[in-house]
Write a protein that binds this ligand. Structure first.
Ligand code: BGC
Ligand code: BGC
Length: 611
């Protein structure tokens, strides 16, 4: 079935019907076809070897390289800041992967490692990778084919380092924009998430998982991560709860299914190999310990045939002793555990739990079979297979062709919110004065999960800043720049590129979404210089922009566009006509509540708005 037809079916049919259509068309995607092979292999494995497959330490916590052999490790990951010691360049990452994979290939079992990484918007840990817009921007493109293409390129760049597993797509459906992970979601609407999440899954996993240009995908964070109640999130300052991240999703089952489940249903239909249970709770019960959600809903009802990978040290968050935490999660249906320095303890304790019968052997077998089925489907169990990195892929890493697709993503993700006085599109004549903290800053335009976990301002990687994009596009004009908006006098137009500085999970929850005083001052300075002002907002969520609403003649939401700032210039100059439509509702500054369901929430621009 071709992609557009599939997308159409998935978006128009009910979830269950779509699932069976995709299943029928795609029997070769079913992991159960590898069941006999996986069962046979598992029947020859010791308990230790099976538990080893269920263990995923962060490489930076690995006490000894020989632990790959000693603990029969099935997988390793690099968390957000878990980088090669020699640097974040392409070669160092490729060497890091080969170093660990070679060790796994030298064991008696010779089962290759799955190596996981957060490739969320490109292979974003590696300097020089093309960085795509974060999902919130892609949601505004409403273009499933483009999202699939971006994910395809991400997969190819990930494979250039040898890595074979991406913890993506994030199919969260954020309901409260104060959450610091809002930008990781395509939309507040499950209808958009289910179509774009499926497209991204297909792009990452390609036509077949054993294609050397495919990576294993991971739909996350199951389930309801974007629906937590404010004030139930991570503790701040001792016991006081704060914000939304990792909080409690308080809603009935019908609502949970309606809003937060559709993205998983379509990802499963696309053959997603792994799903990551979330840190959050559902009505007080941690998802990572809920057999109802993991086994009942996901594996039994939805027929998920891949395996479940826990979130980073999610075990630590469960109630009870260490032993109880492990027993609860594994018995609930967790198949592999993502863990840092406590991996030896986890491995030994799980063995104890099996010996004493608290975790049944059948559960261990099921987990090992699920993991090996996926490894078989990826061709990793082929005795003739080549599992070290294919360095010939280095030549297309971060290539102009890849950047061209990212630039198209940027163009299609921008939303023209307001357009008055014919200031838009910008003419390429006279003097254009550019200002603002996000105008000449690759780090700000890439946001979190870029080279570092939380992201950083400045120049963490290569790319074209928005200012550089404007300069390149408007060769006939004079382009001047001041960060604070001064010296705009006499310019024909002012472009203020303002917004947020990078953040990610845990640290990105905010109660105040007003623009910074610094940003408002930039607009004011240019306005009082008598120059028409275009405000370009670089942010991971809608901001409260009432302070500039009247002053800016044109307002564009650019989200977190990534490394290709020239895509922003393409829209500003009308070389590409704006097509983006809001994937989130945009609140008014005088809202007394930022919860959309609350009467105090007032809408400035509705979902779908875009001029
Ligand atoms: C890691 C991240 C992880 C986070 C959460 C960080 O140190 O780099 O990958 O998500 O911790 O605990
Ligand atoms: C995040 C996940 C991520 C994992 C590994 C966690 O803290 O919640 O999204 O995949 O770390 O870095």
């Amino acid at each position: 079935m071709d992609t557009s037809r599939r997308q159409f079916l998935l978006s128009s049919l009910g979830a269950a019907a779509a699932l069976s259509v995709a299943r029928a068309a795609d029997d070769q995607r079913r992991f159960t076809q590898f069941d006999p092979h996986a069962r046979h292999r598992v029947s020859e494995m010791s308990v230790d070897e099976k538990i080893g497959q269920m263990t995923q330490p962060d490489q930076m916590s690995l006490a000894s390289l020989d632990d790959i052999d000693k603990y029969h490790l099935g997988s390793l990951l690099s968390g957000g800041d878990s980088d090669p010691k020699s640097g974040n360049d392409l070669l160092s990452w490729t060497d890091l992967y080969d170093h660990y994979q070679s060790r796994a290939l030298a064991t008696k079992q010779r089962i290759p490692l799955l190596y996981g990484i957060d490739a969320l918007h490109g292979h974003n840990n590696v300097i020089g990778a093309v960085i795509f817009p974060h999902n919130i921007g892609l949601g505004c493109s409403r273009n499933a084919a483009l999202v699939e293409q971006a994910a395809r390129i991400t997969a190819i760049e990930v494979r250039a380092t040898g890595i074979n597993w991406a913890f993506a797509p994030c199919v969260t459906v954020p309901q409260d924009i104060r959450w610091g992970r809002t930008y990781e979601g395509f939309s507040e609407s499950p209808d958009l998430v289910k179509v774009l999440g499926a497209a991204a899954t297909r792009g990452l996993q390609g036509k077949a998982l054993d294609d050397p240009l495919s990576v294993l995908a991971c739909a996350k964070h199951y389930v309801g991560d974007g629906g937590t109640s404010f004030g139930t999130g991570l503790p701040r300052g001792g016991k006081q709860r704060f914000g939304l991240d990792q909080g409690d999703t308080r809603m009935d089952e019908a609502t949970l299914r309606k809003i937060h489940l559709p993205g998983y249903i379509t990802a499963i239909a696309m053959g997603v190999g792994t799903i990551m249970p979330s840190y959050n709770s559902w009505n007080g019960v941690k998802c990572s310990a809920s057999s109802r959600l993991l086994t009942g809903l996901l594996k039994q009802e939805l027929g998920f045939e891949g395996f479940l990978i826990s979130d980073y040290n999610a075990l630590d968050e469960l109630p009870g002793t260490r032993k109880q935490q492990i027993a609860q999660s594994i018995n609930a249906g967790m198949d592999m555990v993502m863990i840092t320095d406590r991996y030896r303890e986890y491995y030994n304790t799980l063995k104890e739990l099996v010996q004493e019968g608290t975790v049944p052997m059948s559960r261990i077998d099921d987990a090992a079979v699920r993991i090996l089925r996926v490894k078989f489907s990826m061709g990793l169990m082929n005795p003739e297979g080549k599992f070290l990195a294919d360095r010939s892929l280095h030549k297309s890493f971060g290539s102009p062709e890849h950047r061209q697709v990212a630039r198209q993503c940027v163009r299609e993700s921008l939303v023209l919110l307001k357009n008055e006085k014919q200031a838009f599109p910008v003419k390429k004549t006279g003097r254009i004065h550019v200002a603002g903290k996000c105008a000449d800053d690759i780090g700000n335009q890439c946001g979190g999960w870029t080279i570092t976990w939380q992201g950083q301002s400045g120049e963490p990687t290569k790319g074209t800043t928005i200012l550089a994009g404007i300069r390149a596009a408007a060769r006939g004009a004079q382009v001047s720049f001041s960060r604070d908006g001064s010296s705009a006098e006499g310019a024909s137009i002012g472009i203020a590129v303002i917004g947020e500085k990078p953040y990610a999970e845990m640290q990105g929850d905010r109660t105040d979404l007003h623009l910074d005083a610094e940003d408002v001052a930039v607009v004011n300075r240019m306005k009082s210089a008598g120059v028409p002002v275009i405000a370009v907002i670089v942010s991971g969520r809608p901001m409260l922009i009432d302070s500039i609403l009247e002053k800016a003649d044109v307002i564009v939401a650019a989200w977190l566009p990534g490394s290709e700032g020239d895509g922003v210039a393409d829209v500003l100059f009308g070389d590409y006509k704006p097509t983006g439509k809001l994937s989130f509702t945009w609140p008014r500054g005088d809202s007394t509540s930022l919860e959309r369901s609350d009467p105090g929430y007032k809408t400035l621009f509705p979902f779908g708005h875009g001029l």
